[in-house]
Design a binder for this molecule. Structure first.
Ligand code: CXF
Ligand code: ZN
Length: 367
């Protein structure tokens, strides 16, 4: 099959719009005509080459589209079905068996390396093999091969350009609050960072019925959007001591903190924002693999605090994505307020706008 893809030929891009061929789906695989795909920070981290990506490569892991063909043994979807693509998992390890596929033992090889165990690729440019299978999809393209396990059938009237980012960024933020930290009504929440994941965490806090939802974010326009979305308070970290600012709002400290920034300076400060038995969830990936979080041990024992890492909001996509779609239908996840659509061939502009802060969540559309 012929397709158009945003191909990465070197570390950090640019992405080149090129004609490629995509193979027919093998057993358990699904050929999807991609209609929309969000850009997530992880695409850019992997595009830097820091994780050993083999070029040329197609990235993209918040795809949404229409099934064109299914391989042998696929029963979950059929040609013509609208589908949402998400992260992949093996389905038979212990975490997968417990309904925790985000902690699949094979998460890294199945999602982060844009390769298959047998070294094959389903995407070619002439005679050249193009790395695909990133997050089991590589959806910065008009067609991609996904897997039965990482596609979710949608209703025929689903708006693919709106729903695409649910597959990673939005389920990560909402899930961090609802599933990972298990926010309860009346608890107070601090969100570090007002990007797409942070705003999703804020919306998760509102869904949970948190008493206070406090967003700490340096950009004024993002703080304004957080307020519009329902944050009870916003804090500019440059305006003074953010710990004092949080404790001026919740005297005993916050019950929950979700870090989406990956900046260990503010995360280290958040240890002092926490109430007794407070929980901190780490979602934002630091720029360095060597990043460490200093925790004052005696203080931490005394308050009975918890710090934990979170992937994909502990999502089990088969059940959590439909919940998120229902929240969107009910008006509780107004994703449209922080997404901007660009044609696929404007991917480099979309990334530049994401870097400059001009857009929060860029979604590429193919037609
Ligand atoms: C990633 C973040 C880094 C760890 C794996 C999951 N999330 C999605 O982009
Ligand atoms: Zn992502």
């Amino acid at each position: 099959m012929n397709a158009t893809a945003a191909v990465l030929n070197q570390a950090n891009g640019p992405f080149d719009i090129e004609q490629v061929t995509v193979d027919a789906p093998g057993p358990g695989e699904v050929l999807v005509a991609i209609k929309a795909v969000g850009i997530c920070h992880t695409d850019l981290v992997v595009a830097s080459g820091a994780m050993g990506l083999q070029f040329p490569a197609v990235l993209g892991h918040e795809g949404a589209g229409v099934v064109e063909a299914v391989g042998e043994g696929v029963t979950a979807v059929w040609p013509g079905d609208k589908v949402l693509l998400t992260f992949n998992s093996c389905g038979h390890c212990k975490p997968c068996g417990k309904g925790e596929p985000a902690y699949c033992q094979q998460f890294v090889p199945l999602n982060m390396v844009a390769a298959r165990g047998d070294g094959s690729s389903r995407v070619h440019r002439g005679e050249t093999q193009v790395s695909d299978n990133f997050f089991g999809q590589s959806s910065f393209a008009t067609k991609c091969i996904a897997n039965q396990r990482n596609v979710l059938k949608l209703d025929a009237d689903a708006d693919l350009a709106v729903l695409a980012p649910l597959g990673c960024g939005i389920q990560t933020g909402v899930g961090a609050v609802l599933r990972s930290l298990k926010a309860e009504a009346g608890e107070s929440l601090v969100v570090l960072g007002g990007g797409a994941v942070g705003l999703s965490a804020l919306l998760g806090g509102l869904i949970a019925g948190c008493s206070h939802v406090i967003v700490i974010e340096p950009q004024e326009s993002r703080r304004a959007l957080a307020t519009e979305l329902g944050a009870t308070h916003t804090i500019d970290p440059a305006a003074g001591d953010p710990v004092a600012a949080v404790r001026a709002i919740v005297t005993d400290g916050a019950d929950l903190v979700v870090d989406t920034s990956g900046h260990m300076g503010i995360v280290a400060q958040s240890v002092n924002m926490i109430a007794n038995r407070g929980r901190i969830g780490l979602v934002g990936v630091p720029g360095s693999l060597d990043a460490v979080l200093p925790v004052p041990v005696v203080q931490w024992i005394t308050i009975g605090g918890t710090v934990r890492g979170i992937i994909e909001g502990d999502s089990d996509p088969a059940t959590f994505l439909p919940e998120l779609i229902a929240h969107h239908k009910a008006g509780k996840l107004p994703i449209e307020k922080f997404t901007t659509t660009y044609p696929l061939d404007q991917i480099n502009q979309a990334i530049a706008d994401a870097h400059s802060g001009k857009c929060i969540k860029a979604v590429l559309v193919t037609e």
